[in-house]
Design a protein around this ligand. Structure first.
Ligand code: FE2
Length: 142
């Protein structure tokens, strides 16, 4: 499991969503790296891709709502990062359909997705917790 407890923001809903994202991205990579033929992997990959498209949007919305509820000053910039990520996922998903389930595209996507998730949750999202803690609002007291 690539999730680390230190990634927790101390906000139950958001932490649960982050864990779920890590779990899904890991199983996505697991399928990508399996020895099965590409044809065999396609259904599981399509399922995850559809899940990600829905879940990422939901999660970002919840996280942005939380940021606004604590008047997080980095809200606008953070929302822009989220929007860019959603666009990237949608773009890849579209290219993937047009390229007939291209393996190369998905392998590239899997790697980027994981790198993005870790970087974002470990760095950008932690700034939200730092701010909340500083203000004495929620957070996990670190
Ligand atoms: Fe975020």
């Amino acid at each position: 499991m690539l999730w680390k407890d230190k990634y927790e923001l101390g906000v139950a809903v958001i932490d649960a969503q982050h864990k779920e994202l890590f779990k899904r991205v890991e199983s996505f990579l697991h399928v990508l790296r399996a020895k099965d033929s590409w044809e065999e992997k396609i259904p599981a990959l399509n399922e995850t891709l559809e899940f990600m498209k829905r879940y990422v949007v939901e999660h970002f919305r919840d996280e942005e709502d939380y940021q606004q509820s604590i008047n997080y000053p980095g809200y606008k910039a953070h929302k822009q990062i989220h929007d860019d990520m959603v666009n990237y996922v949608l773009e890849v998903s579209q290219q993937y359909e047009q390229a007939n389930n291209s393996e190369h595209l998905m392998q590239q996507f899997g790697g980027r997705l994981l790198a993005w998730l870790i970087n974002h949750v470990a760095a950008e999202d932690q700034l939200i917790a730092d701010y909340a803690n500083k203000k004495g609002m929620s957070g996990n007291g670190r």
